[in-house]
Ligand binder design. Structure first.
Ligand code: SAM
Length: 265
């Protein structure tokens, strides 16, 4: 045990779950059924994987640490419903993986994510959201609070708007540092993300406009939009948005109106 802990790689965000109650609550949230396909990102030493495999669902784990991959293969050698891919989850094409392994299926996703990739992975998962019926993810608490922030909340930012446009966000519970080994300095939270039918027509334009609007948080929406939207003042007026407002106060409906008011959209 001492030996194993000494090998936790800080650079890969390795804080392994040891709290049985937290593990059980994550399993309950994922709710794997025998007919399900479940992806797990970053299985580590299998703390979550064990219960997922025991459910009988088809589990495909994606682990970047090449030293952990053979250990996982050994640990689950008897389980024909388990496989692990050595890969970076940030570059995995989930559409392709599903086509190869379970054509036509929508998958569930479970992950206790390394903190350093949380924003990047979230953007990737949003891009590939059609692949998933739901995602149960653990992030640092601050990231979950940002994702779940409503218009006017100080934590509201680019990620909150992006998530609100494409997902139903349900914060499930907080997890203290003692639930992990080695212990992180910060609290974590578990969140359920369910892809929704989005009203956004052009996801790339939406991402660009929202990102530009938050580029300098202390500036008004008009000043942030000016460099990227011709006649920004007229566009905001047309969308019924006061140009002196800040991006964090804008609601989902207003973002949609703003996109619709930009000529050529
Ligand atoms: N799921 C395990 C648990 O709960 O104990 C491990 C969680 S640990 C916070 C994060 C895991 O993600 C580590 O096993 C780490 O090697 C892996 N990881 C880090 N970056 C990754 C990436 N880009 N793609 C896939 N796995 C990654």
């Amino acid at each position: 045990m001492m030996r194993k802990e000494a090998f936790a790689k800080k650079s890969l965000g390795q804080n392994f779950l040891i709290d049985r109650t937290v593990i059980r609550r994550i399993h309950e949230a994922v709710d794997p059924e025998p007919a399900d396909l479940v992806f797990e990102i970053g299985p580590g030493r299998g703390a979550l994987t064990d219960g997922l495999v025991a459910s009988g669902a088809k589990i495909i784990a994606i682990e970047l640490d090449r030293e952990l991959v053979p250990l996982l293969r050994e640990q689950f050698a008897e389980s024909s419903n388990f496989s692990v891919i050595e890969a970076n989850a940030l570059t995995v094409d989930f559409h392709e993986l599903i086509e190869k392994t379970s054509p036509g299926k929508t998958a569930k996703l479970a992950a206790n994510l390394p903190y350093y990739i949380s924003t990047a992975i979230l953007q990737r998962l949003i891009e590939q959201r059609e692949c998933f019926s739901q995602m149960v993810l653990m992030f640092q608490r601050e990231v979950v609070d940002r994702i779940a922030a409503k218009p006017g909340d100080s934590e509201r930012g680019f990620l909150s708007v992006l998530c609100e446009a494409f997902l139903r966000v349900e914060k499930l519970f907080d997890v203290p540092p003692e639930a992990f080994k080695p212990r992180p300095k910060i609290w974590s939270s578990v969140v359920r993300l369910v892809p929704i039918e989005s009203e956004v027509q052009d996801a790339e334009a939406f991402r660009r406009i929202v990102s530009a609007s938050f580029s300098q948080r202390r500036k008004t929406i008009l000043n942030n939009l000016r460099p990227v939207v011709p006649n920004a003042a007229a566009v905001l007026e047309h969308a019924g948005i006061d140009p002196s407002r800040r991006a964090e106060t804008i609601s989902k409906d207003e973002w949609l109106r703003l996109l619709g008011a930009i000529p050529g959209r």
